[in-house]
Ligand binder design. Structure first.
Ligand SMILES: Cc1cc2nc3c(=O)[nH]c(=O)nc-3n(C[C@H](O)[C@H](O)[C@H](O)COP(=O)(O)O)c2cc1C
Length: 353
């Protein structure tokens, strides 16, 4: 029994059981932890498994997935929990409240979550300000990716300008930039994964990103043919890597106890996504002959899931839902499993000491 097994029932009861209330409480606690304490935790618990991908040095290949810390509120705390990189956002050009609450639902028997946040965030300018302050204080110490999305008020045919404005403002603070065209919770957003629209978007963003690696995050619900098309556009436009995958609109693999909760609208994450995320990573790896670095994400609930994603072709992994059900011990266990060379693939990719 880990400390988190004792904390979880208490955490899950906060805010009358509203998952987002627990989230907010935890973020406040993490943000309020003093820097010296975080540095001590990081020294004690940080797992070193140095990995170099798209020109960046990662202390270990296990990252925090987008959406957990949209505004970078607790950015300095994540490395202390063992994360080797953090993806903040998704941020939009305009500040926006997102959908009405409740909008995050735990499906406990399935180790899953459904969310329809709808990109609630404080906007690109607020994030730029926050990251500027943290960078000047040297308070982070691991690579930071910034996930970019489209503001809800911006019509789909003006999406390029909306992404571009955020990118130009935030690029100085990003180690990499992620183009989120795969959230199911902004109407029409996923159509930006179609060949023509993606090409137009990436042409502009890639030109403005300069030397900053630009990544594209894909949905797990695309057909193989659609993924192959998107990959071709990514390769043609000089994208540095792909993140696979975002949440799914499918409802396969739910436990009977969760079938009612499963009717909530939104994207499903966690254990029901494990196999599909792995299959998508494997497909991308095959399709690009290993030529496009992959960040594998989706349903990592155990270290073996992280190892499986790397064996399928991922160079880095990220998690979100696993942190809710397993706590920070999972992050360290994943980093340790990958550092122990349990994965053939990673030991071959590892920078020599
Ligand atoms: C509450 C919640 C909010 C999320 N918000 C975002 C987001 O803003 N941008 C994004 O790219 N992905 C977002 N995601 C998707 C995760 O980054 C990840 O791709 C997905 O949850 C699968 O990983 P997991 O099974 O480890 O959670 C969100 C997921 C959850 C559960």
């Amino acid at each position: 029994v880990s400390g988190y097994d004792l904390a979880r029932p208490v955490l899950f009861r906060l805010g009358g059981g509203d998952a987002e209330s627990t989230h907010e409480w935890t973020l406040r606690r993490l943000a309020g932890t003093p820097g010296w304490a975080l540095a001590a935790l990081r020294r004690r618990y940080g797992i070193a498994a140095p990995t170099r991908v798209f020109g960046l040095d990662f202390p270990n290949p296990v990252g925090l997935a987008a959406g957990m810390d949209k505004d970078g509120a607790a950015l300095a705390a994540w490395p202390a929990l063992g994360f080797g990189f953090v993806e903040v956002g998704t941020v939009t050009w305009h500040e926006q409240p997102g959908n009405d609450r409740p909008r995050v639902f735990r499906l406990r028997a399935s180790h899953a979550v459904i969310n329809r946040m709808g990109f609630s965030n404080a906007g690109a300018a607020a994030l730029a300000h926050r990251l500027g302050t943290l960078r000047r204080a040297g308070a982070v110490g691991v690579p930071v990716g910034i996930s970019l999305g489209k503001s809800r008020v911006t019509p789909l045919d003006e999406a390029v300008g909306d992404y571009l404005a955020s990118l130009k403002l935030l690029r100085p603070y990003a180690d990499y930039l992620a183009v989120n065209v795969s959230s199911p919770n902004t109407p029409g957003l996923r159509s930006l994964q179609d060949r023509e629209q993606l090409d137009e978007l990436l042409a502009e963003l890639r030109a403005a990103a300069g030397g900053t690696p630009l990544l594209v995050k894909l949905a797990p619900d695309l057909t193989d043919a659609a993924i192959a098309e998107a990959l071709q556009v990514c390769l043609d436009r000089g994208v540095a890597g792909v993140i696979a995958t975002n949440t799914t609109l499918r409802r396969d693999g739910l436990a009977p106890a969760d079938l009612v909760a499963g009717e909530q609208a939104g994207g499903l994450s966690g254990a029901p996504l494990t196999d599909r995320a792995r299959a998508v990573v494997a497909f991308i790896h095959r399709e690009t002959a290993g030529g496009l670095p992959i960040v594998g994400v989706g349903g990592i609930l155990n270290p073996s899931d992280a190892v499986a994603l790397v064996d399928a072709g991922a160079s880095l992994v990220q998690l979100y839902t696993g942190l809710i059900y397993r706590g920070p011990g999972l992050v360290r266990a994943c980093a340790r499993a990958l550092s122990d060379g349990l994965s053939e693939n990673l030991s071959r990719k590892r920078v020599p000491a």
